[in-house]
Design a protein around this ligand. Sequence first.
Ligand SMILES: Cc1cc2nc3c(=O)[nH]c(=O)nc-3n(C[C@H](O)[C@H](O)[C@H](O)COP(=O)(O)O)c2cc1C
Length: 188
Amino acid sequence: MSDIDWIFRRRSIRKFTEQRLTTEQITRLLEAAMAAPSAMNLKPWKFVVIQSPELLKKLQKALPFGKMNAPCAIVVCGDLRSIKKTVIERFWVQDCSAATQNILLAATTLGLGTVWCGVHPINTIDKAVRETLEIPQGVVPLNVVFVGYPAEDKPARTQFSEKNVYFEKFGNLQEIALSNEAKPTDED
Ligand SMILES: Cc1cc2nc3c(=O)[nH]c(=O)nc-3n(C[C@H](O)[C@H](O)[C@H](O)COP(=O)(O)O)c2cc1C
């Protein structure tokens, strides 16, 4: 595997074995999460680690598209209870999303599978997750990441499409961008 190919191995895994994670594995995932960039380094994240079968069942119920049987879930929350609330309110979703992606990528390198299940800003899901985990006002659950050993195989891939890429100005395809550059001449 070369350079960035390992990133392409991260896929959403929705089937898991019953094997539990070790405390060391969970700690590594959280270390990865908290290595993420954060606006003004305010780090407005909180993580709830759930391994109790009873609570995992309740979480599944709370999530319309999160019925996965995983041995562990990490709920990534934004904590807006701060005197820096004005900044945090603007950027917490980006900070917590960066932390979430770090969890997914770290899990891949540890041979674990994950799926990111969205919570915020869907009010009904937010309410159900909030009640299940007793999340206080001022803290917002962004997502639930189910983690475990994969019981399904998915091919590594990127979904790269040059149609999503513009050059210099929005809408400029590569050919147009190149035509604005000094074109190679016969003498070059
Ligand atoms: C914000 C967000 C919310 C998502 N919510 C769900 C979800 O509720 N249930 C689910 O099964 N997958 C969910 N996914 C995973 C996407 O379905 C998945 O990333 C996408 O289909 C691409 O597949 P891949 O992750 O294997 O590359 C979510 C992903 C993101 C980024």
